[in-house]
Design a protein around this ligand. Sequence first.
Ligand SMILES: Cc1cc2nc3c(=O)[nH]c(=O)nc-3n(C[C@H](O)[C@H](O)[C@H](O)COP(=O)(O)OP(=O)(O)OC[C@H]3O[C@@H](n4cnc5c(N)ncnc54)[C@H](O)[C@@H]3O)c2cc1C
Length: 201
Amino acid sequence: MNEWLRQNGKVIADSFSLSDLKTDSNFLQWQETNYDKVVFCDGYHAASSNVFSYLPFIPAKGEIIDFTAPDLPETHIINNGHFILPLGKGNFKAGATYSWTDLNTISTESALLELETALQKTISCSYQVTHQKAAVRPTVKDRRPLLGFHPVMKNIGIFNGLGTKGVMQGPYYASQMSNLIVNEKAVDAEVSVKRFESLFQ
Ligand SMILES: Cc1cc2nc3c(=O)[nH]c(=O)nc-3n(C[C@H](O)[C@H](O)[C@H](O)COP(=O)(O)OP(=O)(O)OC[C@H]3O[C@@H](n4cnc5c(N)ncnc54)[C@H](O)[C@@H]3O)c2cc1C
């Protein structure tokens, strides 16, 4: 799908700044092109930088490691509070940590220690850490996604709040979001941004 979008000129890889968006009740303009609607899918950045910052985000930093372990079986995903995910050919991913401070994408020694300690409690064979990565989950106070349109700027939407389960829930809720945009079919009440409309001043 990504490839199709690129080949058909439907993707512009660029940094987006809200100040470059010209808004009107009937149209939106960005880089000299008019759009009917804009939907922000900017992850935890929405908590601080766009028109949806009134929503109750509680972003959570998380870190993972990649490791090799030639003697570790690759038949199962293990999850006992921390997960171990086989990637094939003796490569694995393990995670994840949670932190509600220092919301950045810098890897830390303390997370490495936590992940290695958990790993050593779970596996008994030798392993070699090859990579460590940090990111921030766009988590919401009630731990549910945020889908819908702004209370006042009706042509500006959001698809966010996927929190700790974005990989799993993303496709399901993307389908609801596209139905809202194209067919004006309401999204599930528990994921609609309408549930937080009282927070909008
Ligand atoms: C350590 C960790 C472990 C996880 N494990 C799991 C798991 O096991 N299962 C699961 O289902 N989910 C998991 N998740 C959660 C999942 O990854 C997130 O829910 C998901 O990434 C959220 O997707 P998103 O597209 O909304 O936001 P993001 O993935 O944060 O993507 C937002 C994108 O917007 C871009 N962006 C932001 N601002 C701008 C701008 N101004 N201009 C241009 N681009 C911009 C960013 O560069 C980024 O690419 C995990 C997350 C972390 C951090």
